[in-house]
Structures are given as C-alpha cells and as structure tokens.
Design a protein around this ligand. Structure first.
Ligand code: ARG
Length: 350
C-alpha cells in the first residue's frame, strides 16, 4: 500500500516537475510564523501510509483541519481521498492520524490521535467540482486543547480573516529537491479579506466564501487545504470557512475559495448525532446573526471593529453552481494533494 501511494505521488509530480530553481520567500504566501500555542484548535492531518519508523511526521502532514470540539475535527472532503493508478481511493480511518497541540511538525512534537470515523459530505463534488468540500473526522479519544466555535452565519465582506497551515510557501510544484525549503515545518498564518463571491474567478455558491486580495500576494496554498478560515465572534475564535481551492496561489485577481461552515449547520448536527442516543456532540447553533470581528495574523495590532451581520437564513448544503468540467487529483510530492480542475478559464485549480 505504501509503495502504491508513494509512486502515485511521485509518479505524477516528478515527471511533471523536474527540479527547478526557485527563491524561498520569507513568508508563506505573504504570511508569518504562528506563535507557539496561539491556535490550540489547529490540526495537522497526516497519512500513516508513507511513514517510515515514525520519523517522517513533517512530510506526512498533507492537509490542515480544525478541532471543533473535544472529539471532532473538521476538514475539507477533498483531503480524504488520493489517486492511485488513476483511480480515486478513499482513505480509511486507519490510514490517517491527526497531530494536535503543536505548531512544529517534527518527530515527538504534539500529540497524535487516531481517527475512528470519516464523514465526507454526501454531496461533495456534486453538482460542481469542490461543491460541499467539507468533512468531519471523529477522533478515537478526547482532546484537551481548546476547540474553535462554529460560525452560524456566513460573514459579510471586507472582514480580515485568519487562515493558517503548513502548506507551500509559494506557488511552485513540489519536488524532492525543493521540498525542504518549500514546505514549512512551523505553522504559518496570514490574514485574508473576505470578498464578494463575484470577485473570485469561479462560479461560487452561497456555501462558499471568496477570500484574499485582488492584488495577490497573500493566500493559502497547496497543503493548507482543510485548514481554517477564522474570525472572532464575541471574542471567540470562530471557524467560518475551510480552505478548499484556488487557481494557483496568491495570484492577482484570483483569491482563494473556502467552504462556508455556516451553510452546513444541519449536516454537522446530524453527522455528530449518536444514533443510539439521538444526542449531538455539536448541536446546530440557533443564532441567525452574529457580530464578527477581524482576526489579525501574528499578533498584529488587533482590529476591534465589529461588523454587524444581517439576519439571514442559511440553508444546509451547497449546490447550484455551473457545471463540473474535468476532475483530476494529483498529489504534489510528499503527500501534498492537489485536486485540479479545468473550468471556464481552462486554468488549473487546487
Ligand atoms: N486545494 C489546495 C490543497 O489541497 C488548497 C489550495 C488553496 N488555494 C488558494 N489559492 N487559496 O491544499
């Protein structure tokens, strides 16, 4: 199994991308290094398939995720499958683990937790590629770190939200030669502006959030998928989005796309309900409006402006955007997954 996965990973990427020279930027696509313990809810999702005597923790991590209560982690659905000989294969819970309680992906750092259940949204990739890109992972044991709260309402535009991860420092294809410099071992973060969906070069639905800067320069990137888009709400770290896809990273006029957590309140409540007791670990929040505030990266002077949100009803599930075109999943070196599609602009997305 391990060999199959590795050859799928390297087969695609090294052939397509022979070693190339690149300059390492001092920041992850315009971001900065997270303070140790700043984000207790930050989770690294890692494969055990490629591990070698437990010494490869740094490169085993391939997606981010967020702790949403003591037993549940939220991530992107597209993080939960991989391509093997051109066939998409779902990870089993035993193939994966999560690292929690560390900003540094090194042997011996953070606690490793087993996953007992994987719940991808049933309509992931339907009707369009990356539709409903959300998943919940149940952990085999409880976690002591503080969880993030879940957004109840899609945030308004122009708020600065924080995204974080161990993804690529710049938009360059990972090779064996550049991997050390391209993928950080220490967690990085950046604030991105929540933008109107029409500013993203894709047909987005209300279940997705467009965030970044039209000028480019600051963005999440491959390897950050599944990780958080966070705002403050009543002073609490609140998960409003999940890193989903973009066209390259940090390019001009091409902000990133995030799954809007508020659109999935009902699915979250159902998925986390114990069928035997009917009790949900994560009940659907009843609030239909909330006051969000900016979440600045790296301890920058906190911006305290609170933006009142209009009262509105958010429906569960996504849907409705224009057609699915071509779908491939390519793993970009060392388990970094790169779903790609060729939509209206015929450009690559991941
Ligand atoms: N799909 C990518 C991943 O699997 C995340 C890409 C985010 N891209 C962006 N430009 N914000 O890691």
């Amino acid at each position: 199994m391990r060999n199959t996965v590795n050859s799928a990973l390297f087969g695609c990427c090294l052939l397509l991308a022979p070693a190339q020279a690149f300059e390492v930027q001092p920041r992850i696509v315009g971001g900065c290094e997270s303070a140790t313990s700043a984000h207790p809810w930050m989770v690294a999702l890692a494969t055990k398939l490629a591990s070698n005597n437990g010494t490869y923790e740094w490169t085993n991590s391939f997606c981010g995720a967020t702790l949403v209560n003591e037993r549940w982690v939220m991530t992107a659905a597209h993080c939960l499958s991989y391509m093997s000989s051109s066939v998409e294969v779902d990870f089993a819970p035993a193939d994966l683990e999560v690292y929690i309680g560390t900003t540094r992906l090194d042997s011996g750092q953070g606690a490793h937790y087993a996953i007992s259940e994987i719940h991808k949204h049933p309509n992931y990739n339907n009707p369009a590629l990356f539709s409903n890109d959300i998943a919940l992972l149940k952990l085999a044991e409880t976690v002591p770190e503080a969880a993030a709260r879940l957004a109840t309402v899609k945030p308004g535009n122009d708020l600065l939200a924080l995204t974080a991860g161990w993804g690529k420092l710049e938009d360059v294809i990972v090779t064996q030669e550049n991997v050390s410099a391209l993928l950080p071992r220490d967690l990085r973060e950046v604030s991105v502006s929540i933008l109107d969906n029409s500013l993203c070069p894709f047909n987005l639905t209300d279940s997705q959030i467009c965030a970044g800067f039209l000028a480019g320069g600051k963005d999440s990137c491959q390897g950050d998928s599944g990780g958080p888009l966070m705002l403050k709400s009543q002073g609490q770290d609140t998960l409003v989005g999940i890193v989903s896809f973009g066209d390259g990273c940090a390019q001009e006029n091409s902000p990133g796309v995030y799954t809007s957590v508020a659109a999935y309140r009902d699915w979250i409540a159902q998925t986390t309900t114990d069928p035997s007791t009917g009790i949900s670990d994560l009940p659907a929040p009843v609030a239909i409006s909330e006051n969000y505030a900016h979440f600045s990266a790296c301890g920058a002077t906190p911006v305290t402006t609170s933006v009142p949100e209009p009262t509105k009803v958010i429906s569960t599930g996504g849907g409705g955007s224009a057609g699915l075109i071509l779908f491939t999943i390519a793993l970009l070196g060392l388990n970094r997954r790169q779903p790609a599609l060729l939509p209206k602009a015929n450009s690559k997305k991941a």
